[in-house]
Write a protein of this length. Structure first.
Length: 667
């Protein structure tokens, strides 16, 4: 299949891909696997780009400069307009830290490597993906990198190797193998990096350079193959979800489905090709690139600016807005450049592309240099927005495998010679409470050690990953020689039972076969925590179990800063206590049972201090956000719940005083 002519069905396939992506991102029910639309785009791009290159090479007309000029003409104008618009909207909406991060994203995408940035930002404490306006450009970066390197690779292989198609297929297999391996070991790299995604683009490329004498399909075979291909894509769209290990082997379903459709419909007109060639789908396919560009910033800014969760009508309106913006971008930006009504020559378009890259890249860097222009916000809005920033010294106390043994514990409270020591052990919520532990320990002449690692339960045998398993083992070994009277276990317990507020079960406890079940998760936590408490008690430690603070349904600093900018009241911002109590039922029962079974176990609960008599678990106090996001307490919030932790210090001080009395009596 070496000839290339316009195919309406491929534009229709683009429409299916972009519809799946948009509806997935806006949370439309049913489209749980809509993210595979990106993979559909990858295969189509690989097929079309390779077809263009190969046909021109066969005719002796291929030029690298012409190819890259056409790619610049096709991709960059609409992309640059969207990025400039995002910067303009961000001026009015984004908090300084987020505006600064937007500038960083702009700079990386201007140089076609935003996928590298977002891969590194795929961490526990990074801003949620639905608050990154340019996150969707990772896929454009992957394609842009492919466009740069693939023409060189194809030329090299086809001119040097007799069986160059076999060499190309070998590269596809290597990339696929890397993807399967990375999904299991480095999922963020599997998702964002070209080497793990290239096989999808190469699958389309292989179809484009398949020998012309390949098997011709009968009408019945073409119908069957096209139906199977469409079914494979739709199966992935409607059956995959956020828990599907992806891409890896799971990406075979949509990838092979696209190959089957393009191949079958290229031989014969089929029922599927007629459906894909309808006027509506072809029209949506034509504007699919611009629609993809605009849908995500609209989604992000709508979430950032909204005070209340959008309803179905709101979502429908937002989707319509993205479609209108996509059409306008296609009509007034894409089309004039593509039809060479603007910057017709290749030197002109390449020069303009270079200038655009430089200007937009410098604009992004300027936001980094100016810390996101904080003077744009009112003092109150800025105070709320700053609550999401952790002190660097607190972040440094979140350990990982790179942390040396002598830095495993962070020390707070009284000087090192203090006789009474306690260990605070847990995930990042332990770190969030350190300001109040530090204050209390200093006030009572005690020493506090902190051992915390993001996303790691302080319970052996049920850790989220091997890094958490190694962290807990290191704490156990380091704890033995320490003279620690009290061990305080702190975690976002419900995260490991029920996932986060969005339903993401990444950190949730699973059965040994990897399947998630609520009852199984509860049973594993019960057994693991019981064993941990019993072991600590057997080693002579008193155990304190700290329940989690109410989990807000939104990022408190964002919500509060937006309300302040809109001059709206913030005193009623928070969570209904009934929702908090419902989520904590099993945890409360488990903690109560452990405390009842052993007088050396005590439960501490900060929630009563955060929830008032009207049933509101508040997110704000006297102009300050009590949270850094939707779950971690800010330093103001941590100090606000100090009375809940006071029994710990009083008991430890009383026990230390009793020990001194006994020693004096013995003397």
């Amino acid at each position: 299949m070496t000839t290339l002519a316009y195919r309406r069905d491929i534009d229709g396939l683009r429409a299916i891909a972009v519809i799946a992506v948009v509806l997935f991102h806006f949370g439309v029910p049913g489209f749980t696997g809509g993210f595979v639309g990106v993979d559909v785009f990858f295969v189509i791009s690989g097929y079309l780009i390779t077809s263009i290159i190969w046909n021109q090479r066969q005719a002796g007309r291929f030029s690298f400069i012409d190819f890259w000029a056409r790619r610049a003409r096709r991709i960059l104008p609409a992309l640059f307009v969207m990025m400039l618009a995002v910067l303009a909207v961000g001026w009015f909406l984004l908090a300084p830290k987020d505006y600064e991060e937007l500038g960083r994203s702009v700079r990386y995408q201007a140089t076609f490597i935003s996928n590298l940035l977002f891969m590194r930002q795929d961490g526990y404490f990074d801003v949620a993906s639905d608050l990154k306006p340019l996150l969707h450009t990772w896929s454009l970066a992957v394609e842009e990198q492919f466009y740069i390197f693939f023409p060189l690779l194809l030329t090299l292989l086809s001119s040097r190797l007799r069986h160059w198609r076999l060499g190309l297929f070998s590269l596809l297999l290597v990339s696929f193998g890397l993807s399967v391996w990375a999904v299991a070991h480095h999922p963020e790299q599997a998702f964002f990096l070209l080497p793990m995604r290239a096989w999808e683009l190469l699958a389309g490329a292989m179809l484009a350079v398949a020998p012309a004498r390949t098997l011709r399909l009968t009408p019945m075979a073409a119908q069957l193959i096209s139906l199977i291909g469409a079914a494979m894509i739709l199966l992935a769209v409607f059956c995959y979800d956020k828990t599907t290990p992806f891409p890896g082997a799971a990406a075979l379903l949509p990838t092979v489905g696209v190959i089957a459709l393009i191949w079958a419909n290229g031989h014969r007109q089929t029922l599927i090709s007629r459906l894909l060639s309808t006027r509506v789908l072809v029209g949506l396919g034509l504007i699919s690139y611009s629609w993809y560009l605009w849908h995500w910033p609209v989604f992000v800014f709508s979430r950032y600016a909204s005070v209340d969760e959008p309803g179905p009508i709101d979502i429908a309106g937002l989707i319509l807005l993205t479609l209108v913006l996509g059409y306008l971008s296609w009509q007034f930006v894409e089309t004039p450049f593509r039809e060479r009504r603007l910057l017709a020559g290749r030197q002109q378009i390449l020069a303009a592309a270079g200038i655009g890259i430089l200007v937009i890249g410098l604009a992004g860097q300027a936001l980094r240099w100016t810390d996101g222009l904080p003077w744009r916000l009112s003092d109150q809005a800025l105070q709320y927005a700053k609550a999401r920033e952790w002190r660097p010294e607190l972040l440094r106390c979140l350990t990982d495998d790179k942390t040396p043994d002598d830095k495993l514990f962070c020390h707070y409270g009284a000087p090192a010679q203090a006789s009474t020591q306690m260990l605070v052990w847990g995930d990042s919520h332990a770190t969030a409470l350190i300001p109040v532990f530090d204050d209390g320990a200093k006030a009572h002449g005690m020493r506090v050690m902190l051992a915390s690692s993001a996303g790691c339960l302080p319970v052996a045998g049920i850790e989220y990953d091997q890094q958490c398993e190694r962290f807990n083992r290191r704490v156990e070994q380091a704890l033995k020689p320490q003279s620690v009277a009290d061990v305080v276990l702190v975690a976002r317990w419900s995260l490991y039972l029920y996932g986060d507020a969005t339903g993401d079960l990444e950190h949730a406890l699973r059965a040994h076969d990897g399947h998630y079940d609520r009852k199984t998760a509860e049973q594993r936590l019960s057994e693991g925590l019981t064993a941990r408490v019993q072991q600590l008690r057997a080693d002579g430690h008193r155990v304190w179990l700290v329940k989690e603070a109410p989990l807000q349904a939104f990022s408190a600093p964002y919500r509060l800063s937006r309300l302040a900018m809109l001059h709206r009241p913030t005193g009623d911002v928070g969570l209904d206590v009934a929702q908090h109590l419902k989520r904590q039922v099993f945890i409360s029962q488990l903690f109560a049972r452990l405390a009842k079974a052993d007088p050396g176990v005590t439960v501490l609960d900060p929630a009563p201090l955060l929830c008032d008599a009207n049933g509101l678990c508040r997110a704000e106090l006297d102009g300050h956000s009590l949270y850094t996001d939707d779950n971690h307490l800010s330093e103001v919030g941590a100090r606000f719940v100090a009375p809940a932790l006071e029994p710990l210090f009083q008991h430890s001080q009383a026990r230390a005083g009793l020990g001194s009395v006994k020693m004096n009596a013995a003397n």
